[in-house]
Design a protein around this ligand. Sequence first.
Ligand SMILES: [Zn+2]
Length: 288
Amino acid sequence: MGKLKKFMAHADMVKISCVDTTDIVENARKIHKLNPTPTAALGRVLTMGILMGTMSKGEKDKVTLQIIGDGNLGSILVTADSFGNVKGYVSHPLAEAEKKENGKLNVSGIIGNGELRVIKDIGIGEPYIGSVPLQTGEIAEDFTYYYAISEQIPTAIALGVLVNKDGSVKKAGGYIIQALPDTPDQILMLIENRIAESTSITDMLEEGKSLEEIATFISDDLNTYEVEERDVNWKCDCSKERMKRAICSMGKKDIEELAEDEQTQVECHFCNSKYVFSKEEILDMISE
Ligand SMILES: [Zn+2]
């Protein structure tokens, strides 16, 4: 379980969401048996998923984030709901790249060039799909660019995953800070300077700083106050019924092919749960 808090600052002109996703990213690492650099890559996108999902207006809203790169990692897919539940996977969990000169995990090195896609599903009508070319492949910068292009709101994003020597997750978290369009430049400058002089989000968590302390520091406003607190979780909502619907959505010919086998096993990409359908069950789907 992770923790997310929302704050307001500068007389409600600036809003901040700050989240600790350490447990969630560690969970993802174990489920997908991720190498360190894919742990950092997926962890950053999972963290962004929670930040964006919990910013949705409607309870039924879902947001899906895709990073489609030409590097060894392949693509990343993350889905989050408005309650702070998130799930995700990468194409190649064992992808690796040499560390950067500063000793940091080389996330852009396994992502490469490509595209960032944001799919917002509000439960009715066609989902909204936005996409931008990847800027650095380091993910936080790519989402910052997405906001600049798609929403034209001054936005700063930090996402981080710190990995132990044994590959387990030491700290993971992130924040998004946004200012109303008419916020004075002076305030934007204060925040910009603070972000520039701050250590990384994972260093701040590692130093034992609370989400309040982090939000107050980056906003540079001692009157920053909390407006919401919620638990956030890794959660996959797959079930045999859902898998059945997925099979039913395939073409009739493909389903008939499955019926030739005594058993059909379907695996959930998000959590690796396996579901087994008997020949009879498949035949029933065809007749339905
Ligand atoms: Zn699942």
